[in-house]
Design a protein around this ligand. Structure first.
Ligand code: HC0
Ligand code: SF4
Length: 572
């Protein structure tokens, strides 16, 4: 432990931590912009400066390590003036047309500019704008960039993709792609982590909320929504609720209030995915491969597969993701049930993910109707943040809403479907079903502890009737690449692998509410597992509505019609 004096008071703090970490532990706020708990500190923005006795200049709190006896001031006039000055330098090159900016109320810069009452001290410089709307998933308006480099760092440190680097000098410095290519023409996998960490509105999800708002207000078609497993454990954060709150009923109620005619649960389709993917796994186990088999539900992973690891294409499950299974079933089975033309239904998905916006545009995902028309199953994807934006625009009091239930028959789900939203969850759900179908016995314990937790790569060996199945789970694309490289080069072998591109799985998706809480993924994961624990049904094959869907329409897993509607293929 080290003794420090912070703003005149004596404290003991652990050795080796930074001034910023020490202040956070002691409940003293130091403003930051480039800092993020998931990234290595770089001291680029100079907003976290503090006075340290004996040092000639102010020091950045994020990179300065505590030493024994250190005397630190965070509240002097000198510190405040420096923060104001540094903020005004940023504002000299930053537009102040906040009413048009996607970051709106959550902009970290705007909050600090307000707090420190900063006015630009120079005339705004005419920065040649870089506007990139090439991607269906993310847009870039680099006239708003504050050079914090969070996008560059998350894309390289956590995702291992290295799509951006800082180019040009001085105030013209921006994060740019190689050869200034539009981001969609690079190897970008659309994960949206750069947008998730952007403190301002320089990178953001492609704003489909505007189109959805128009749909709601014009109300010309039947509006159907589906909500992904991890939206319900995060959306409350946008409305001041405690991180880790489960807001399923309020989320459904808010969509109904917005004007959706039906709200279905992607968790239902997660159960359906297990029936299809589980059957595929059992088939491969009987036929001897190809192994390893990979899960297919994360579209960021599918983009990585096609762009950088095409040799694994035959290994990936052909099952569509739950999002796409749900929409395919809505526009066929459900449309028939309610007697409407599928093209009179607009299907909107609420997802934690920006890559889902890209997934729905894949031509291989189209479905063929009985009369030969080919249609796109999902029409629009909005992120958790975009749904919150719509709720705020419509002045709906989210926290005060009375819980409502999903509609039927596509609203019932099991705990196995719920855990899809967290790393390891798809694997656990698949094992629960595969084990019981292969052995014809009930699992003595439903929880597979080895596949849980936030370690980047998890592995285990599962014994199913004497047959040992080696499994692995990877999340965060840098970890995923490490695992794939090891498999490709023969350093590791597995039978079944779950891949999620974002850290934590969908709970940490690029479209989730922004958070600087270092424990945020743990809190959201705990909320997901609590949904499973409280469910009466916890195995996908027990879902009565999934069983009914097979009886009435799909016949059996892997049937001809299931193949037509629920499976896809990949291209390099
Ligand atoms: Fe996910 Fe999904 S679990 S990818 O993370 O499989 O986005 O939450 O909706 O489709 O169910 C995201 C989350 C989903 C899908 C499901 C899967
Ligand atoms: Fe990198 Fe993901 Fe952003 Fe693409 S979307 S630039 S892969 S962080």
């Amino acid at each position: 432990m080290a003794k420090i004096f912070l703003n005149g008071k004596e404290f003991e703090v652990p050795d080796g931590i930074t001034v910023l970490e020490a202040a956070e532990k002691l409940g003293i706020q130091i403003p930051t912009l480039c800092h993020h708990p998931e990234l290595e500190p770089i001291g680029a923005c100079r907003i976290c400066v503090v006075e340290i006795e004996g040092a000639r200049t102010l020091q950045p709190a994020c990179t300065t390590k505590i030493t024994d006896g250190m005397k630190i001031r965070t509240n002097s006039d000198r510190v405040e003036n420096a923060i104001k000055f540094n903020l005004s330098l940023i504002m000299a090159n930053h537009p102040n047309d906040c009413m048009y900016c996607e970051a709106d109320q959550r902009c970290e810069l705007k909050k600090l500019v307000h707090k420190y009452d900063v006015r630009p001290i120079f005339n705004p410089t005419d920065l040649s704008e870089v506007f990139d709307d090439s991607s269906p998933s993310i847009q870039r308006d680099l006239s708003r960039c504050i050079k914090c480099q969070r996008c560059v760092r998350v894309c390289s440190e956590i995702q291992g993709m290295n799509i951006y680097s800082m180019v040009e000098r001085g105030y013209k410095t921006i994060p740019q792609t190689a050869f200034d290519k539009p981001v969609y023409e690079t190897n970008c996998i659309s994960c949206g982590q750069c947008a998730y960490l952007c403190p301002v509105g320089a990178i953001y999800e492609t704003p489909d909320w505007k189109k959805v708002l128009k749909l709601i207000e014009r109300k010309e078609k039947i509006l159907v929504a589906q909500t992904a497993p991890s939206v319900r454990v995060a959306i409350g954060e946008e409305f001041g609720m405690e991180p880790g709150s489960v807001s399923t009923g309020k989320m459904v109620a808010s969509l109904k209030k917005l004007g959706f005619d039906y709200v279905f649960d992607t968790n239902f389709a997660a159960d359906l995915t297990i029936m299809e993917e589980g059957t595929e796994l059992i088939g491969r186990l009987k036929e001897g491969g190809p192994f390893p088999m990979f899960t297919s539900c994360c579209p960021g992973w599918i983009n990585l597969l096609e762009k950088e690891y095409p040799e694994f294409i035959p290994n990936v499950s052909s099952a569509k993701s739950p999002q796409q299974m749900m929409s395919s079933v809505v526009k066929t089975y459900f449309a028939k049930k309610i007697g409407v033309d599928p093209e009179d239904i607009v299907m909107v998905s609420v997802m934690p993910c920006t890559a889902k916006k890209d997934e729905i545009k894949r031509p291989q995902q189209k479905i063929k109707l009985e009369d030969g028309r080919e249609i796109q199953p999902t029409d629009y994807v909005i992120t958790t943040r975009e749904l919150a934006k719509l709720i705020k625009i419509k002045e709906i009091n989210f926290a005060g809403l009375k819980d409502e239930e999903f509609d039927n028959p596509l609203g019932t789900s099991t705990g196995a479907g719920a855990i899809f939203g967290v790393t390891g969850g798809v694997m656990e759900a698949a094992l629960r079903t595969a084990y019981e179908i292969i052995t014809n016995k009930q699992l003595p314990k439903l929880e597979f502890d080895d596949v849980r937790g936030l370690n980047g790569i998890k592995e285990a060996e599962i014994d199913i009737e004497g047959k040992k199945i080696k499994i692995a789970i990877a999340h965060g694309t840098a970890n995923v690449k490490k695992l794939l490289d090891d498999i490709r080069d023969g350093r590791r072998y597995y039978d079944f692998i779950e891949i999620m591109a974002c850290p934590g799985g969908c709970i940490g998706g690029g479209g989730q509410p922004k958070s600087l809480d270092p424990e945020i993924l743990k809190k959201r994961a705990m909320a997901i597992y609590s949904i499973d624990e409280l469910s009466t049904l916890r195995r996908s094959h027990e879902n009565p509505d999934v069983q009914k869907l097979y009886e009435e329409f799909l016949e059996k897993p892997y049937s001809h019609i299931a193949h037509e509607l629920l499976h896809t293929h990949y291209t390099d």
